[in-house]
Ligand binder design. Structure first.
Ligand code: GRF
Length: 211
């Protein structure tokens, strides 16, 4: 069984999707810990309700970002996770904690990377007049939202779309995307590092599609 740690700062709907898929027997994995920098994160509430180990690490109690990151990953390492999933984890991680874990840490980001790293992705896609939007699961490297893209889901932008409507329509697709990528990890079909993703041992020339 693939041991999965989830890092989340917000409501935790992606965590929910993973927990549900495991519960339905559609994902052979176990969530061994949920970690958040926000005491009130919905993700922590959901984790506790689901009987999962839920850990809040408060950045305010550390002198520096590096100290916080070290403390956070000491706890993550203690969970003995095979895969670390960042799902709406809203802090930039220091290279010191990212670099040794590149081969087993992924992030879900609501844009078709390399378009729109960072925040406000839905509005930026609208402002650019894009006809298509989506979400990506990528390898976490020290540079923000910049690691090799593993898989993407796409949706057409409608003329009447707003940032809110786009986010709402994209969310269920994000959930399917993340569950599928974790499933591939569980089946040992994916291998990656800071430069490359391999699927069934073949280097990817473009992201996998999950629609
Ligand atoms: C998702 O849109 C994810 O792509 C982004 O933050 C959001 C997290 O949502 N990075 P949730 O907390 O999993 O509901």
């Amino acid at each position: 069984m693939l041991r999965v740690a989830v890092l989340a700062s917000g409501r935790g709907s992606n965590l929910h999707a993973l927990v549900d898929a495991i519960g339905r027997g559609e994902l052979d994995a176990g969530i061994v810990g949920v970690f958040s920098d926000k005491a009130g994160a919905g993700a922590l509430v959901h984790a506790r309700e689901a009987g999962l180990a839920a850990t809040h690490v408060d950045p305010k109690t550390f002198a520096s970002r590096a100290d916080f990151d070290r403390a956070l990953f000491e706890r993550v390492d203690a969970s003995e996770a095979d895969l670390i999933v960042c799902a709406g984890f809203m802090r930039i991680l220091s290279p010191e904690v990212v670099a040794p874990r590149v081969a087993r840490m992924i992030n879900i980001h609501p844009s078709l990377l390399p378009k729109y790293p960072g925040l406000h992705t839905h509005q930026r896609a609208l402002d650019a007049g894009d006809h298509e939007h989506g979400a990506s699961v990528h390898v976490v490297i020290p540079a923000l939202d910049a690691g090799p893209v593993i898989a993407q889901t796409r949706l057409a932008i409608a003329p009447e779309d707003t940032a809110e409507s786009l986010a709402a329509r994209l969310l269920p697709q994000e959930h399917r995307l993340l569950v599928q990528v974790v499933r591939w990890c569980s089946a040992r079909r994916l291998r990656f590092d800071a430069e490359q993703v391999r699927f069934d041992e073949q280097p990817l020339t473009e992201p996998l599609r999950v629609d």
